[in-house]
Ligand binder design. Structure first.
Ligand code: ADP
Ligand code: DP6
Length: 325
């Protein structure tokens, strides 16, 4: 038996960040998070379930992942899929991104969302996007948000089993058509500390973490309202506060860490001065600058002047199937 399906899924940028887990095996987070789905950053994953395989194999942009990486990320998704299918059949996955693999942009969220989506189709499991978001979450937390387009909320949930820790679309991809993300790529190397181990260290050591959790709770409804009303000033302000709040926790962790570099701080200063955009950084130095379309060119010129490669992305749709056989 050999069953194959291929799906494409978008990356997402969190405006309210996920940083810290209450359960490491199930990727259950300590706080709700909120992201924007990115139209221009897509990963295509082809999944082939093959009875002749005796382990999973994953190739990302042609390079085979180590056994550890296979087991601890996509492999966790495949384990759940096998249980639901009722048969222990392993898979070969080929994942390719539409942006340069050296761009320093994490492809894991999109890649894992795409392979979860494709597996459901290949094995005819009939799961809806909400259920698929729970499965993708176990592979990598941020992947669950790539299961939907537009503005996506990941509910942290309360249950120990994770049944209520899933994503939902808050506003569709067309809700704020002139809002775009301008991504500057400065650094192309792999980060020294993975998000997974960075957040583990923060939970173990940061005394500011609980203040941040309170900040997230107190401001979550405000950022949703800002998006609903397309209130640029409030949305930009809260987006930057949320990025800074996560990076403050990271610096406060022990041993101390920072994913930002000197260019990141130059960007932050410039955006404050510019006054018509918001920066947000994931676990890396590359800025995502959210800005209205009419002001994009100024941001692009600024980033290029700093020596960055630039990708401009609109808000996009969720995953889709390329083919299934
Ligand atoms: P991040 O956690 O910031 O996304 P990485 O991009 O390094 O960090 O990815 C973390 C892990 O996700 C990798 O070690 C790898 O196992 C897995 N991964 C990365 N890209 C893909 C992909 N396209 N498809 C499936 N798994 C992936
Ligand atoms: C900074 O989802 O990569 O991008 O669940 O351990 O796989 P794991 O972590 P991951 O962490 C993402 C952290 C972040 C913030 C965010 O996307 O919300």
């Amino acid at each position: 038996m050999r069953i194959e399906a291929e799906a494409v899924a978008p990356a997402n940028i969190a405006v309210v960040k996920y940083w810290g887990k209450r359960n490491k095996q199930l990727n259950l987070p300590l706080n709700d998070s909120l992201s924007i789905t990115l139209e221009s950053l897509q990963v295509r994953s082809k999944v082939t379930f093959d009875e002749n395989l005796n382990h999973d194999e994953i190739f990302v942009n042609g390079e085979r992942l180590s056994d550890y990486e296979t087991r601890e990320y996509a492999g966790r998704v495949l384990e759940i899929i096998r249980k639901l299918y009722g048969k222990r059949v392993f898979a070969r996955i080929e994942s390719t991104s539409n942006f340069p693999s050296s761009a320093g942009l994490a492809s894991s969220a999109a890649g894992i969302a795409a392979l979860t989506f494709a597996s459901n189709a290949a094995l005819n499991l009939g799961l809806d996007d909400k259920e698929l978001s729970k499965i993708a979450r176990v592979g990598s937390g941020s992947a669950c948000r790539s299961m939907f387009g537009g503005f996506v909320r990941w509910n942290k949930g309360e249950s120990d089993e994770g049944d209520d820790s899933f994503c939902e679309q808050v506003f569709g991809p067309d809700h704020w058509p002139n809002l775009v993300d301008v991504i500057g790529i400065f650094k192309e190397e792999k980060k020294k500390v993975s998000s997974r181990s960075g957040m583990e260290s923060s939970v173990a050591s940061s005394s500011l973490l609980k203040c941040r959790l309170r900040f997230v709770e107190e401001t979550f409804d405000d950022i949703i309202k800002a998006i609903r009303d397309r209130d640029v000033n409030s949305f930009f302000h809260l987006t930057m506060r949320h990025s800074n709040s996560m990076h403050a926790i990271i610096l406060d962790s022990w041993p101390s860490m920072s994913y930002l570099n000197d260019k990141s701080f130059v960007v932050m200063d410039w955006v404050h001065e510019f006054g018509k955009a918001a920066y947000t950084f994931d676990a890396g130095p590359n800025p995502h600058i959210l800005v209205l379309e009419e002001n994009v060119q100024e941001v692009v010129n600024f980033l290029e002047g700093l020596g960055a490669k630039v990708i401009v992305s609109k808000i996009g749709k969720g995953p889709s199937l390329v083919r299934s056989e």
